[in-house]
Every structure is written in structure tokens, then in C-alpha cells.
Design a protein around this ligand. Sequence first.
Ligand code: SAM
Ligand code: SF4
Length: 265
Amino acid sequence: MFDSFNRRINYLRISVTDRCNLRCSYCMPAEGIKLIPRERIISSEEIVEITRIAVDMGVTKVRITGGEPLVRHRIVELVEQIANIDGINDFGMTSNAIALPKFAKPLFDAGLQRLNISLDTVDPQRFRVLTRCGELADAVAGIDAALDAGFDPIKLNCVIEESSDEPDARGVMAFGAERGLQVRYIRKMNLATGEFWQVEGGDGGKCSTCSRLRLSSDGKLYPCLFSDLNYDVRELGIKPAIQLALDKKPKSGHRATREFTTLGG
Ligand code: SAM
Ligand code: SF4
């Protein structure tokens, strides 16, 4: 499917929850965010149906994100249902790895193909500061579990202030090199002021070739990360909401009043 600027749209990113087991300082305020009421969270049946219709319309690539996707109830079953949809040739997840010791193998067996793991530092003290509550050892155990399960490639997403030469960023590069993992650097963004950057080593942030639609965990389709435009699948119906998101997808992003957890980056 094509948007009104003739960009091919084939990539659906699904935020399956706005909940998280970390509190990364660049992602949410210390007190947490105003959570979507549980009864508004999109059901697995709805997610599968929306994905199926999006695939019929031309989506071939799907990524599960959050919040932290692994804190969603019955995530493995949901992954399995999505993996069984014919027509998806690239199916990935972005996770902070904390719960991967438990989930890596079941996710791999359920048909998840790729994992991107967020890791901003390999200094345990800095990890505690950046995530406000996390233990580096848990994330490392999760990364090792993902390797053991057979995920290949595994990419590390590393948020930087300004440059990949910062000490934390260099530490993550060395850690990745030891384990044969690719590192992608993401400059810290600010949705409210519209400061956003291209991802070093990735294809995010390039408006002219953007191929994405995003589904929030309360069932809204967002055509652009850096815009508040959204189309409620429950109000409009799935196909009309997808079509509107396509037709109204902005040429480029400006700013947005959401938290990162609404759409998962
Ligand atoms: N919880 C999962 C994780 O951290 O990987 C998935 C959701 S998280 C919101 C998705 C990605 O967004 C992570 O790689 C995270 O580093 C990134 N992110 C969050 N806030 C950001 C910000 N202000 N600027 C740049 N990237 C950000
Ligand atoms: Fe949670 Fe991911 Fe946001 Fe960190 S970046 S608080 S792990 S959703």
C-alpha cells in the first residue's frame, strides 16, 4: 500500500502495552505515566485481526513493542498467533531484556524471528540510574538467554546524548562485539519539542522513505511518531482506520504530546 506521497507502507509497529518494568529517565517521568485503563487495552483478538487486515493490505513487516511487551499477559500466545499470519516475512520485537530469561526460548519457538534489545550502558551503577530501578545483570542474563534460544541477528538499541563516542556508548559497542551483536545508536529524542534524529545503523527517522504505521495499546493507528494524528480502530473500523492513516500520513513529523510508551519508539 502507498501513502499520498507515494511512500510504500509495509511496516506495522504494535505497542501491546503501555506498562513497563523499568523507568528509563528519557522515556518516562519518575512517578510513571498515566496508564491506559485495563479495559481500554487492546485485546489479543483485536491485535490479530488488525494485523491480518493490514497484511492483506500490504504489510509484510511487523514489530511488537511497548511499554515493555514482555509484561503483557499471555505474550507468547499472541506472538504465536501473529507468527501464523501468512504474508509476514519479518517479525520482530523490541524489549529491555529483563524478562527474557523466562521468555526467550518460548518466543523463539512461537515463531518470533528477530529481537532488538535496548541497552544504554554496561556499567551496573549507571544502568540503575538510567533505568531508575533496573539491574544490569538481569538484562545481560536476558541477552544471553536470547542468544542461547537462537535469535540471530540480535540488535542492541543504545540511546545516546549526542555521540557514539560517549563512554556508555563505547561500553555497549565493546559488549556487543564480544557477543557478535550489532549496535544501533539512537540519539535521545524529545517528542514535545520535535527534536528527532535518524537512527545510526537503522532506518528510523528518515521521513522521505518512512514505511511505518503504528498501533497503540488502546487501539489507535498513528501514521507518524512525531504527530498526534491518530485513527481509532474501534470507532472507525479496521480497514477505514488503516486507509485514513495512510491517506493522512504527514510528509514529515513535527512534534507530539505523547509519551514514548504510547507507541514504543
Ligand atoms: N521497553 C522496550 C525497550 O525499551 O526496548 C520497548 C519500548 S521502548 C519505548 C522502545 C525504544 O524506544 C527503546 O529502544 C528506547 O530506548 C527508545 N526510547 C524511549 N525513549 C526515547 C527517547 N526519548 N529518545 C530516543 N529513544 C527513546
Ligand atoms: Fe520501559 Fe522501554 Fe521506556 Fe525503558 S525505554 S521505560 S524499558 S518502555
